[in-house]
Design a protein around this ligand. Structure first.
Ligand code: TRP
Ligand code: SF4
Length: 327
């Protein structure tokens, strides 16, 4: 079993949006059917950039967990937990930090990039530089062999493999080298045409009301080369149409493509139709989520039980680690 173990974490940023829905979550749902999975809220990772803004973290974990559960991430099948409730991650992080050359962390492209992106914040911290070591700990403390991640996380995973290799070389063979599972997922565009992201303010959230969703869809950018209703449009240039591809059935979509190119349909009507499909698709999810949210203590229970199970596995690894390091 352990040769097919999956670990993946998500920073608790709060409510999830369509980008998560079609990306990470869809991916997890498939993996959950086939493998032994460990899914966790990476709250310590949030601290690496949000150390001065911690008030919302617990709420964010809860909102994110409700989305996971409503989507079908199932505590009966997968181990679902919170990173900070499994202190073994931190103990392993400390030991791995001793054997990780600084140069590996300093040359990490994600490190420089994120520092530039978040230039307003002082990220010249020990913890931020050491982010990949913590991530390595998250993964190898479960002896995971596969890690589903996005392209942006590949450099981190490479460092994880290097650290595991170095540990095995210095002490003895304890850790498998985990490989990245890169599943192609559709790139979901936000209302303005940039990548959908909470921080861009262009996201459609899974838990928002039908009215909110409809309103957001109506505000989506369309084909900018079609200023007037009488101009022929081109769906391939249209931001809204990227959602048509995900939500509108093929036949209806083909009809829309023709009407758009022939200027027989206006963007307002077209997006009205799109909004209805999006709302309809999300309705069962939203209902389920609401039901879960009304059950007092549910999320806490799931996390307590999951964290207990995770800690059991992690504790067994740490026994081996201490023995190997002779400490
Ligand atoms: N770094 C990941 C992200 O920002 C989150 C994460 C933390 C993670 N630990 C992990 C992902 C371990 C996979 C495995 O998205
Ligand atoms: Fe996009 Fe529809 Fe307008 Fe065509 S009619 S540009 S597909 S919103």
């Amino acid at each position: 079993m352990s040769n097919k173990r999956i670990v993946s974490g998500m920073r608790p940023t709060g409510k999830l949006h369509l980008g998560h829905f079609h990306g990470v979550l869809a991916n997890w749902l498939e993996l959950q059917k086939e493998f032994e999975c460990f899914f966790f809220a990476a709250d310590w990772h949030s601290l690496t950039t949000e150390y001065d803004n911690t008030a919302g973290i617990r709420d964010n974990i809860r909102e994110m967990l409700l989305d996971w559960l409503a989507f079908g991430i199932d505590p009966e099948q997968s181990t679902i937990f919170v990173q900070s409730k499994v202190p073994q991650h931190a103990e392993l992080n400390l030991i791995l930090s001793m054997i990780t050359p600084l140069s590996w962390l300093e040359r990490n492209p994600t490190y420089k990039e994120m520092q530039d992106n978040l230039a307003a914040k002082d990220l010249a911290t020990f913890g931020f530089l050491g982010y990949p070591v913590l991530m390595a700990s998250d993964i190898i403390v479960y002896k995971a062999t596969r890690v589903p991640v996005g392209h942006d996380q590949l450099p981190h995973l490479e460092i994880t493999r290097e650290i595991a290799r170095r540990f095995n070389y210095l002490y003895r063979e304890v850790f498998p080298e985990p490989v990245a599972l890169l599943t192609e997922t559709p790139k979901v565009l936000g209302l303005d045409g940039r990548k959908m992201s909470k921080s861009y303010g262009n996201a459609i959230f899974l838990s928002e009301t039908a009215e909110e969703t409809q309103k957001k869809v109506m505000s989506m950018v369309t084909d900018v080369q079609r200023p007037r209703r009488s101009d022929p449009g081109e769906p391939d240039r249209c931001v809204a149409f990227t959602l048509h591809s995900l939500y509108v059935p093929a036949e209806k979509r083909a009809e829309i493509v023709n009407s758009c190119r022939g200027a027989q349909i206006g963007c307002v009507d077209c997006k009205k139709i799109l909004g209805q499909y999006v709302v309809e698709t999300l309705a069962p999810f939203r209902e389920k989520r609401q039901g879960l949210a009304e059950r007092p203590g549910l999320v806490e229970e799931v996390l307590t039980e999951g964290s207990r199970k995770a800690a059991q596995v992690a504790a067994a690894t740490m026994e081996e680690v201490r023995a190997a390091v002779q400490i």
